[in-house]
Write a protein that binds this ligand. Structure first.
Ligand code: 6K6
Length: 137
């Protein structure tokens, strides 16, 4: 199983440690194509050795190749929103994970979209449980 993990990059890197832990967990179920999303060294400023056009092409190819998409959507990101919309058009299964109790509400374009599974969690263990249920179905 090939899994596309989406998480904010230029939208903000505050959750990169969380992404890393989730990617490690998800790797137990299949191949995560986008392991770099959790990398400490990947800052908001970007990968210096690859152009934006190359990033877009590479990521779209991975998205097409993937069997399903798991997106951590607590930190709003235009790129993640775009990937979710593309994944829906491509007919991929999509799980969005949103950390609640931070005084923020997730976009109605996700919560109101019956195509997308949305899992709200407080602790990372709950997020893992949601992922486990999603992947086992
Ligand atoms: C890295 C740091 C800043 O800019 C970069 C460029 N590198 C990227 N490398 C890989 N994937 C990227 C990059 N930029 C965006 N993406 C894709 O968009 C990822 O798959 C993320 O899920 C999503 C993040 O979008 P933004 O809008 O938060 O950057």
């Amino acid at each position: 199983m090939k899994i596309y993990f989406a998480g904010s990059i230029r939208g903000g890197r505050d959750d990169r440690g969380l992404y890393r832990e989730l990617i490690t967990f998800i790797s137990g179920f299949g191949k995560v194509l986008t392991e770099h999303i959790g990398e400490k060294t990947l800052s908001e400023m970007g990968e210096e050795f690859i152009s934006d056009k190359e990033i877009f092409k590479r990521d779209m190819n991975w998205l097409m190749e993937s069997d399903l998409v798991i997106a951590e959507v607590t930190t709003p990101s235009l790129g993640v929103g775009y990937e979710i919309a593309c994944a829906e058009s491509l007919g991929k299964k999509i799980l969005c994970l949103f950390r609640k109790n931070e005084g923020k509400r997730l976009s109605a374009m996700l919560t109101g979209n019956t195509y997308v599974s949305v899992g709200e969690y407080s602790r990372i263990e709950e997020a893992k449980e949601i992922i486990r249920d999603f992947l086992n179905n």
